[in-house]
Structure formats: C-alpha cells, structure tokens
Design a protein around this ligand. Structure first.
Ligand code: SIN
Length: 328
C-alpha cells in the first residue's frame, strides 16, 4: 500500500497556541511551529507522510491578502504535484470560514484541501487540536474526498466551505453548517460521507485575483441612521454587505443610503445578522427597485468574500452578482 503524502501548510491559530498553563484562560495563537505540531502527530503512528511548510504564525484575525496569496499558490502547486495526495491547512478558527470559502471559490476541485483548527491551545488540558488534526489526515487521505471542494474539519465533523460558520466563541463543538449541515462524520479511523461528491470535475469558479477590493460589512441596528453608509463610501469601499435584521432588513434611512450607493456604482448585498436562514429577494425589501442583491444562504462573512471575488473578476452588475449568490 502506498502511504499518502500530505502537504501541511501552517498559518497559526489556537491549534498552534501556547498557554503555558494547562488550566489558564489566556494564550498566544500561532506560537507553536508547524514542525513541532507534526512531531507530536508523528507519535500517533498514522500511516501518512506529512510535509510541513510555514505560511504564517498568526492569529487568524490577522489573516489577509498576503497569507491568502501564499496559501493559494502553495495549494495550486500541490494540486499539480503527483507525489502529493492532499493538503491540510492549520488555521485559526475565527476566520476559517473566510479562508476556506475564498480558496473554494478560486481552486479547482480534484485533490482534498482541508482546513483544521482547535478551540483549545496545544498545551491546555483537554486540547482538541491533536484529534482534529488526526481527523483531518483521515479526510485528506481519503480517495473520495477530492471532489468536494475545500472542507473544514472540526471536532468529529466535516463541513463544506460554503456551508461552514463558527457558531460559538469557546465551545469545542463550535462549528455549524448551513444550508447543509455536516457533510461527513470522521474519527481518526473512520469516515462516513453523507452524500456523493458535489464538485466533480470542476475547474476553479473564479480566477485568483491580483488583489482584493475593499468591501465592508455593516451591521444594521435599531435606531441607526445613514451616516455609517456614507462613511464607508467616503473611505472608498467598492462594495457593501449589510448584515441586516431578520431577512436582511435595515432602517428606512439606511436602505435609502444603500440605494444611493448602488446608484453610484457600489454593489450592495443584503445578508442577515441572524445566525441562520435564507435571505431572499423582494420579501420586505424591494430589491428589484433598489438594485440590491440578496445573499441567499451566505452569512455576512462569506457574502463579503464572494462579493470581493466577484468585483475583482469584473462582475459588478446586480443581476450577475445575484446569479453568483444564487449558486454559492
Ligand atoms: C484564531 O482564530 O487564530 C484564534 C482562535 C482560534 O483559533 O480558535
């Protein structure tokens, strides 16, 4: 039997976090080198060859263009390297959904790409990183994992990039999937897919951009006025995602300012500040008349990623943006 070889790209996060006290609360994300994590994993005796590479050693709140560009290039290289079976990215959990979705939109399907993190630092009592990593190895080595796009493995659960979101600040069981729930259950020795692969023979949906435009998320709140929208336009935002109330709603004055933004050439996507659910067109807000896009199943963080990618690809008219959100 050939032993699978996985490229492991380290970016930091709590999975590489050190607290220096097994029971303390505070810790530093990204302090443990990827080589040191893999030295611990080697003790598990998994039948896999792991090739480490450091992309960054940061908390994922600081991830951005530089790290995304390096990740995309490394994964694209690995996809054309016959000696590599799959890729694991160790990542902070705070923005894992954003990195996973950005890569999912811009990479071809074919080889497994798995993001993995942890909710507890490596030296905490009950640390979850080792098990999550062993589960990620199980997924990234699986012959049936390649045509499912980028995935996130947390706990004993596998999520597709377009569904996953962080839903709890500190529970070990912190991730949820919408509109699909998990796409598989995994343990270090078992993997059960719940449905057939969903990205069979697909190329990258969008080209990797040369840079990403400034797109802001604005959370709607009761009593809010139009000034925050005007401020975003004032700093040169190329797109706005409103994290609206209920089905993506906002006070009348805010909707008016957003409509003016659309008229000035800045696309506006309505998503919801509510944890879960669809945001459909023309329910309470007249999207047709105002020129807005409805985020459908995407929450604000992923809606921002998709809007950035679309604008970077030259797609700026509401109908074409809506078509992309209808098929995230
Ligand atoms: C981070 O996102 O880097 C910190 C939080 C975590 O990894 O759980």
């Amino acid at each position: 039997m050939t032993i699978p070889k996985l490229l492991v790209l380290g970016t930091g996060g709590t999975i590489a976090g050190a607290a220096r006290s097994a029971t303390g609360k505070s810790y530093g994300a990204g302090e443990v080198a990827i080589e040191s994590i893999l030295a611990d994993i080697a003790k598990l005796g998994l039948e896999v060859e792991l090739e480490p590479r450091t992309i960054a050693r940061i908390g994922s709140q600081d991830i951005g263009w530089k790290e995304w560009d390096a990740l995309h290039a490394a994964i694209a290289d690995a996809q054309s390297d016959d000696s590599i079976t799959g890729v694991i990215v160790t990542h902070g959990t705070d923005t894992a959904e954003e990195t996973a979705y950005l890569l999912d939109l811009t990479l071809a399907a074919g080889k497994p790409v798995v993001l993995v993190g942890a909710m507890r630092p490596a030296d905490a009592v009950g640390a979850d990183g080792m098990r999550n990593f062993a589960n990620a190895v199980r997924v990234a080595s699986d012959a049936d994992a390649g045509e499912r796009g980028v995935m996130v493995v947390m706990g004993d659960t596998v999520f597709a990039a377009s569904d996953v979101r962080k839903a709890a600040t500190s529970n070990v069981d912190a991730f949820r999937g919408f509109p699909r729930g998990p796409i598989a259950r995994v343990t270090p020795s078992s993997l059960d897919w719940f449905a057939p692969a969903h990205r069979v023979n697909t190329d990258a949906r969008y080209p990797w951009p040369e840079t990403l435009p400034r797109v802001a998320i604005l959370t709607a709140g009761a009593g809010m006025d139009e000034k925050p929208v005007e401020a975003l336009l004032g700093i040169g935002c190329k797109g706005i995602v409103i994290a609206g109330m209920g089905q993506g709603n906002a006070p009348r004055t805010v909707l008016g300012a957003l409509e003016a933004a659309v008229q000035s050439g800045v696309p506006v996507v309505r998503s919801a500040r509510v944890d879960e659910g669809m945001v459909d067109r023309n329910v309470e807000v007249d999207d047709d008349a105002r020129g807005f896009v409805a985020a459908r199943a995407l929450g604000p963080a992923k809606a921002r990623i998709l809007l950035m990618v679309l604008i970077a690809s030259g797609i700026t008219d509401a109908a074409s943006i809506q078509a992309a959100f209808d098929r995230p």
